[in-house]
Write a protein that binds this ligand. Structure first.
Ligand SMILES: Nc1ncnc2c1ncn2[C@@H]1O[C@H](COP(=O)(O)OP(=O)(O)OP(=O)(O)O)[C@@H](O)[C@H]1O
Ligand SMILES: [Mg+2]
Length: 348
């Protein structure tokens, strides 16, 4: 059962200007104690090349920029600055964060710049962590704390993170899957693989190209996945039409795909996700594994919304698996509430 979100004290709420940021591969969310989620946008920024002055300016960010991905005219460039939960394009990330901070009106309060708590994948290197800090400072933060995404997600999912009982959370995002075992307010095990929803989309693109000879765009593949995607095959057939470019003649062609096609297409990245969960169960301290066997596993992140993923994991692992409430916002809500329930050493 999900618990009520821990709240910081009255004085902390009054005097601090803390902002939680989930800088995700697919989506960026910003959360404040007072207002809740103040921004939820795709992590995309679109630049316009200004030939006359030889510079670029930001033409669009977020939802508007995502609509332009893969379909921009020659003087525009749509960029996804994050890959596998870390910054792949620093300049683009800095512009994107700055715009999002402006859009969420969190840059200053009573003349003070905000302190950011940002979710990072457990597998992020020191260099990748420093890049995230620097981009946040450039975007207006005066102080940056980093928190592991699975720990933040566990707090956001309402798991009993401060108790001695072990809890397991699996956060499947756009570019990473984070597996965490949490007890006494800290990580007893954390694992991170660079596989998430993006790799499912790519697997669908490859499958449709190989089997049907049609090249789908990434966004079409994502739409197919979200509409009929399933992690298991023994379910009633569902169908969807998808249009791409024929490999034969280069012309548009529509193919009819079934949910069984999608299950087959994503089998390989899905096996990696299941492998990461099994590795966590094999490596976590035995007492905590006993707790997890009793309490089950909680799924968070947008990737966990894939049809029948909870059932698939449960069948493969033999434990109860359930989806958190609002899985797409667990990490940012948890990062916002974390300082009220975790020791300072939980932050980097
Ligand atoms: N209904 C759905 N079915 C399947 N996948 C979904 C669904 N809804 C969202 N997704 C996928 O969830 C992913 C985005 O999830 P999320 O916002 O948690 O990722 P992120 O936090 O940006 O990424 P990361 O944590 O890896 O940096 C995308 O790949 C998206 O396609
Ligand atoms: Mg995420």
């Amino acid at each position: 059962m999900a618990r009520a979100m821990p709240q910081p004290s009255f004085f902390k709420r009054l005097f601090s200007h803390d902002v939680a940021v989930d800088l995700g591969t697919a989506n960026t969310l910003i959360y404040t104690h007072d207002q809740g989620i103040v921004l939820n946008q795709p992590s995309v920024v679109c630049f316009q090349k200004h030939a006359a002055i030889g510079r670029e300016r930001v033409a669009a960010v977020g939802k508007e920029a995502k609509q332009l991905l893969g379909r921009v005219p020659v003087n525009l460039e749509a960029v996804r600055p994050m890959r596998h939960g870390v910054i792949a394009n620093f300049a683009a990330a800095e512009h994107m964060i700055r715009q999002f901070v402006d859009m969420s009106s969190t840059r200053t309060r009573l003349g003070r710049r905000p302190s950011f708590t940002i979710c990072v994948p457990a597998g992020a290197t020191q260099v990748e962590r420093r890049a995230i800090r620097e981009a946040a400072v450039a975007a207006g933060a005066w102080k940056v704390n980093l928190i592991g995404e699975s720990l933040a997600s566990a707090v956001g999912a309402g798991l009993p993170v401060s108790e001695a009982t072990g809890s397991m959370v699996v956060d499947i995002g756009g570019g990473t899957t984070e597996v965490g075992v949490i007890a006494l307010g800290g990580m007893a095990y954390s694992g991170s693989i660079r596989v998430g929803g993006d790799q499912f989309d790519l697997a669908i693109v490859n499958y449709v190209r190989n089997v049907y000879g049609v090249v789908l765009g990434d966004q079409t593949a994502e739409h197919v996945k979200k509409t009929i995607g399933t992690a298991i095959r023994d379910v009633p057939t569902e169908r969807i039409n998808a249009t791409g470019r024929s490999l034969d003649d280069g012309l548009p062609r529509t193919v009819q795909l079934t949910n069984h096609d999608i299950a087959e297409a994503i089998a390989s990245p899905l096996a990696h996700v299941i492998g990461a969960v099994k590795a966590a169960l094999e490596s976590a301290p035995p007492e905590l594994v006993t707790d997890i066997a009793d309490a089950g596993i909680v799924l968070t992140g947008g990737g966990s919304l894939l049809g029948n993923l909870d059932r698939c994991l449960s069948d493969q692992i033999g434990l109860e698996v359930r989806l958190a409430d609002e899985p797409l916002t667990c990490a940012v809500r948890g990062a916002g509430a974390a300082s009220a329930v975790l020791d300072p050493h939980a932050f980097d």
